[in-house]
Design a binder for this molecule. Sequence first.
Ligand code: NAI
Ligand code: 15L
Length: 267
Amino acid sequence: MTIPSHHTLLMTGAAGGLGQAMRARLKANCEVLRLSDVSPMAPAQAGEEVVQADLADADAVKALVAGCQAIVHFGGVSTEQPWGAILQANIVGLYNLYEAARLHGVKRIVFASSNHVMGFYRQSEVVDALSPPRPDGLYGVSKAFGEDLSRMYFERHGIETACVRIGSCLPEPKDRRMLASWISHDDMHRLITACLTTQVLGHSIIYGTSDNSVSWYDNRLAHHIGYRPKDSSDVFREAVFARTPEPDLKDPAVQFQGGAFVKIGPL
Ligand code: NAI
Ligand code: 15L
């Protein structure tokens, strides 16, 4: 059973894939779930507030954050895109969010970072929270910026952040790479709940994956968060192997943890 940890919890990115999947689940974590996105969302139900806002609009973000005690931040550009879009949503938008949190006294944020902060590590390597970032594109760079920005707000203003380097959060792993990077929706909710409820979060980096047998991620430095995944991509392994071709080991998408992200985009 999930125990509510905050009165008003803001979740950004509510119109997106993860936001829609977490909307019903996160209602158990709070009295009021405030949902926001630049795109239209389903109307508010009991215990919900719906606020359409652009993260790049500082005044709108200040109003959005007022009265919240914690934030789950999914909003922003979620794939490799032209720099202008990433700049507004993930750089300016994130700064606006942390400034609003500082002004309104919000002390805990779960930031949806990404495995693409580390995309240029090889699939033969294992990374932890202290491994130097090796972003695989502008999107990954923007998430690395978010990790550094949140670090600064922790050191200066005591705002605790969990930087969750999410792997692939989908109903099922789509390909062989995702057997290592997959996290189920239920485990994602367990992970967010752990970040919201652990007594001392600090500024922490945690890899967001299920309990997959093949893994490139070592979460030993995040044990204080208390996340224990219950699902595993292993149950999909046979079916994924059967429906996907033999990997070409010369293909960078097969060599690197970031998969196809290492070779797509405007650059
Ligand atoms: P998504 O693209 O489906 O959702 C992102 C949402 O953010 C969209 O609804 C979009 O309208 C909103 N958004 C974009 N720009 C905005 C702006 N300027 N102002 C307000 N809202 C804006 O992405 P998804 O899959 O739901 O991911 C959620 C978060 O988790 C993203 O930050 C993504 O980078 C991160 N993530 C997701 C992974 C996954 O497997 N789903 C893996 C790694 C990271
Ligand atoms: C991400 O960061 C993306 O937001 C998501 O769409 C997936 O592609 C995921 O990484 C992944 O690496 O599978």
